[in-house]
Design a protein around this ligand. Structure first.
Ligand SMILES: [Zn+2]
Length: 147
């Protein structure tokens, strides 16, 4: 899961969605994809993403030698090549292969497996999860959801 995706995801609990609480991401396996830098893509995404959420997530995963993001978007961010390269790395190269996201409000945990976040686990009481999707993963979660 790329941090660009993480930036767009929200807890499925309606009360959490309303306030757009960030999901805290943790990783047990990270990968770096060598995607060619695309300045236009990076500057376009900059307009759409929540920078503070990206910054917190990226800083919690970032390893030595990987680009640093400044604490705030530079004034010339949309045209600052150095900044855009770091941003591009953060949103489109760093990949959480195995890990989890935890809602900072309700504590609900969303697992990430094979780079894919599972947002349908532990459906809200009284609400049926979509049956056709991620059936296998649901089965894996079975023992936890028995409580
Ligand atoms: Zn929540």
């Amino acid at each position: 899961m790329k941090l660009l995706t993480h930036n767009l995801l929200q807890c499925i609990v309606p009360a959490c969605r309303k306030h757009h609480y960030p999901l805290k991401v943790t990783a047990s396996l990270l990968n770096v994809e060598e995607n060619p830098f695309d300045a236009i893509f990076a500057s376009r995404m900059l307009e759409r993403l929540e920078y503070n959420i990206l910054l917190e997530a990226y800083n919690s995963l970032r390893q030595d030698g990987q680009p640093e993001l400044p604490p705030a978007v530079p004034e010339d961010g949309a045209s600052n090549e150095v900044f855009l390269q770091s941003l591009f790395f953060a949103i489109n190269c760093l990949d959480v292969v195995e890990g989890a996201m935890t809602c900072s409000s309700c504590g609900r945990i969303y697992p990430i497996h094979n780079s894919i976040p599972n947002m349908i686990v532990r459906a809200i009481e009284g609400e049926q999860p979509p049956q056709s999707i991620e059936k296998e993963q649901e089965d894996e979660e079975e023992e936890e959801s028995e409580n």
